[in-house]
Design a protein around this ligand. Sequence first.
Ligand code: M7G
Length: 182
Amino acid sequence: IKHPLQSAWTLWYYENDRTQTWEKNQKEISSFQTVEDFWSLYNHIKPSSELRQGSDYSLFKKGIMPMWEDKANKRGGRWLLSLEKKQRNNDLDRYWLDIILCLIGEAFENSDEVCGAVVNIRHKGDKIAVWTADAQNGNAVLEIGRKLKERLHIPARVMLGYQLHKDTIEKTGSVSKYSYTV
Ligand code: M7G
């Protein structure tokens, strides 16, 4: 018997094809609902660090699209971990796996608030984020942020910031406003 997870999850892959819209470039890879099916998927895809620049992986609860517009995401935001370029070599794949394990293992007290996580492979520096459902739910947002920092062994001096999707959408230039920090 396989070991069931509390939720079913879907892995998405974004390919940067400039002839297509952003939405069309989001490709559903597959869904899983057991520990064993997770590992067989994980073991046969490329690690994030080997994806082409401009690509993303997204892991979301089944039924939630990895985009701001989904009804589960639109009132929410993301805990953002911006990596330095050199961290692609040592930290990126470990952080991404640890985040996945926190998500699918429902490691948070407020796991219900978790929608999914995204890794962006970018020339200017990779990013990893955990998306939550309701930015107004400050207690849940902060608990998730603190737990993330602890589970990823992120040094205290490194700040994690939470951005509302609404602010990310409206963002002009490179100003990023954080609604919460840990
Ligand atoms: P990004 O890939 O999140 O980060 O956003 P990057 O700037 O480091 O590459 C790049 C662009 O992708 C945005 O400016 C949007 O045009 C588009 N985009 C990203 N996200 C997460 C969404 C989304 O959820 N919905 C839509 N419609 N477009 C998005």
